[in-house]
Design a protein around this ligand. Sequence first.
Ligand SMILES: Nc1nc2c(c(=O)[nH]1)N[C@H]1C(S)=C(S)[C@@H](COP(=O)(O)O)O[C@H]1N2
Ligand SMILES: [Mo]
Length: 196
Amino acid sequence: MLSGEKAEENDQRVPPGQTLTEGWPVLHYGSVPYYNDMSKWNLRIFGLVEEEYTISYKHFMALPRRQYSNDIHCVTTWSKLDNVWEGIAVSELMSKVKLKPEAQFVMLHAEHGWTTNLPLEDFLRDTSFLGIRHQGKLLSPEHGSPVRMVVPHLYFWKSAKWLRGIELMEKDKPGFWELNGYHMYGDPWKSQRYDF
Ligand SMILES: Nc1nc2c(c(=O)[nH]1)N[C@H]1C(S)=C(S)[C@@H](COP(=O)(O)O)O[C@H]1N2
Ligand SMILES: [Mo]
């Protein structure tokens, strides 16, 4: 049990229906990609951009990084507080491209074709980032190595592991779980879990 004060503080930080976990569950559809040759890895920004942009592993890893602290909330009802991350700001990466004015939504593309959608505004929020380290350690393959999206203000399924592509779109389109009944937006504070 937590002491009164700490428990009260956590109440403010834990969305409805969520339970705190100390561990870090691994959740995904399909198999974990294990890379042995990073020269074949890249990250592509495409869709409604003036010019498509592809960055190599080497150049991506050399981008300036920042520290982030946040709480994450999985739709399966676990929440994990006080995560400390090292990552690349979305603005840092997106400064490489010029968006077309019609761009309003983003589809994140992961290894093996897994996708998730979100509004451009949420992707560009300064609390969203491309995560590389968690609690001081490089992400494990299971948690999304070499890079995963982190969008802490939405349910954690929007935080694509094994990120390989960022597609700019005019209209919203469902990604993998959204096609299977998950909410198009996924605000944990509004319990936007499923959309049947
Ligand atoms: N590429 C990919 N990313 C994914 C998923 C997935 O199936 N594939 N699952 C999402 C879901 S449903 C959750 S809850 C989180 C889990 O991240 P974790 O395993 O690091 O806790 O990853 C998200 N990112
Ligand atoms: Mo999830």
